[in-house]
Design a protein around this ligand. Sequence first.
Ligand SMILES: [Zn+2]
Length: 385
Amino acid sequence: MDYKQVIGFFDSRKEQILQAISDLVEIESPSFDRLGSFAVVDFLAERAGKLSCVRKIEKIETEYGKHLIIRAFDAPKKVLLVGHTDTVHPRGSKLKNPTRIEGDRFYGCGIFDMKANCVLMIEVLKAFEELKISPKYGVTIFLSCDEEVGSKTGREVVEREAQGSAFCLVCEPSADGKAKTGRKGTAGYVVKAYGIPAHAGLEPQKGASAILELARQIEKIHLLNNGQTSAVVCQIKGGTAPNVVPAEAECTVDVRFTSLDEAIRVDQAIKSLKSFDERVRLEITGGINRPPLERNEKVLALYNHAKKLAEKLDYELGETQVGGASDGNFVASLGIPVLDGLGIRGGGAHTLEEYIFIEDIPKRASLLFALLQENFPDFETSESL
Ligand SMILES: [Zn+2]
């Protein structure tokens, strides 16, 4: 198919798309902010609800806010589009990074990660409808409300929705335009040490220092690092007063890995830490959170398919692997082909400099359109809707 008319369609809707992105970014929705979540979900659901190709809209209420599921078009096979509506920016941040256009950049809190892409997914549905073209696949859009804080409630939903999908497109930010064909998995731990307090001047020998114990454990934890896996103690606290042998101390550990084998190696090592000083008791909580999105043959096949389609749209789609995880990690671990990082080019994720490049909008929208329009038979996982 010739995609000139598709790009032309998105070009022609530039003003409306920019306005919708602006409106959505203006509604602040930090993770845990239920009212913010409700408001963005209502906004997106209302836009999607105006399209006749949309069959069903579901809002799933949780303690964090609402997940949104939009189901569109009827076809024997379906594709899952994944994103999130929460941001890392506390309320009031928009005063520091006002929603505005400067030259070729559109700034705003959460615009790049990833509110502009939430708008884009719905625009792609609209394009099919307006151009009177039926996509090859039925489409399910899942927008989580707690992705930025580890998908405590979103995980179950995205895993359920992924079942039976031919493949999954994750519309998280691109890495300078590149798609993400690998993401590290994550694990997190809290290591607590309980020692014996004593007067640090009068009888220090009677005490057992929780801080000394923890310092020794931290050395051990850092020895788990290798080229692929990182294990980093990121926070530490302990002690009660400047002249007391500390009875308590604790630290947090951030772990990233590229394979599940590595995850298990590090998980077992951390959970089996033993105290050097037997008078000190260790308490270890936490575990593996997101499995890795491994750059396997399914991921590569989907990437190569997307790359060819991007060429038809006159641009080169690069690939990269990153340390940060997304909900794509959960889907990939189910054996479903996943391509991540399909969002609009931009920068400043999680900072007050967040922006997207306006000229990239039609390209990214057209690529999503093409991925739904062209067959991807290579590694499709299911026939069911
Ligand atoms: Zn994100």
